[in-house]
Ligand binder design. Sequence first.
Ligand SMILES: Cc1cc2nc3c(=O)[nH]c(=O)nc-3n(C[C@H](O)[C@H](O)[C@H](O)COP(=O)(O)O)c2cc1C
Length: 343
Amino acid sequence: MKNLKQVHENAKPKLKDVCLVCRKCDGKSCISGVPGMGGCGGRAGFRRNIEALSRVMLNLRTIHGVSTPDSSYELFGVRLTMPIMGAPMCETAYNFLGQVDDYEFIHSQVVGAEAAGTIAFTGDSPDPALYTMGLKAIREKAFGKGIPIIKPREPREIIRRIKLAEENGVIAVGIDIDAAAFDNLKRAGQPVGPLTVLQLKQITGSTNLPVILKGIMTADQAVLAAECNAAGIVVSNHGGRALEHTPGTAEVLPEIVSAVKGALKIFIDGGFRSGEDVLKALALGAEAALIGRPVAIAAIGGETEGVCMLYNQLNDELVKAMLLTGCSNLASIDSGIIRESTW
Ligand SMILES: Cc1cc2nc3c(=O)[nH]c(=O)nc-3n(C[C@H](O)[C@H](O)[C@H](O)COP(=O)(O)O)c2cc1C
């Protein structure tokens, strides 16, 4: 595989009728929604993620002594090459019309991330085999370096799946709490729904693994996540796939950061397409960013190699942007390197 352009060309026929594999994945021309690669409804939440990031600008600062910025990042005792990770994605039959093999897709996400020195989150779906495929790939191909995300099922079932994750030696687990109204699970007779503080406390108390809540979009919910003893949150609107008309994630990040910074880890996803985008999130107070659709396209068009290539490109861009804003390492990144335009 020569480059990411070729990876995109390879992905196009496999994603025919689902995704146009645009040069920039921005939700403007999607040919599918959910199921598919797009967002729900008119894709307002998907597009707003991109717009919110475009409103944050980077301050060019080159009078300093930083020459080789260090973008490495430590997560739950594991040193990663970058603060960039794979967002959980699965269900190829449901989302990609069966043109892509499930195990190959999950395997490429996990192994491609590992090859680039980072990690992937893996997903959950009505078919129990997909959750266990993620666990198997993390255990066998990434030495446990991965984070399975479980749907907001009945607490007993979540705890059962957390036990499976523990047996597979993962570094943390999570729940995509924003999937509380997903029809495909309901249709399969697998109840999902909102979880109460009491239920979440029971879940976090059932394991020694750090538990991450994915799908936080307001400061009050972030405070509740901390109260539930979550180790981290992902500020996320599920890529605009759960609820139409949500704000962009970069837009709500500052108020969430001021409510819970220091109480738990803050990750973010939604519309991150470059290393510069990641730097913006770090300047706004997130620890790391997760990448969704671009990783899916790289996995489909270039398998492990394509995914690894994408992460390396994102990290190269991040390091270059750190140099041009005067940041020597992640700890030195703060809001001084950004300028926000008013909406
Ligand atoms: C095809 C597809 C499948 C997804 N499956 C899951 C999933 O199983 N669990 C989950 O928490 N999020 C899932 N997501 C949401 C992503 O984890 C992530 O929140 C979102 O895609 C980030 O936005 P981005 O794609 O613009 O980077 C999925 C997204 C897509 C596009």
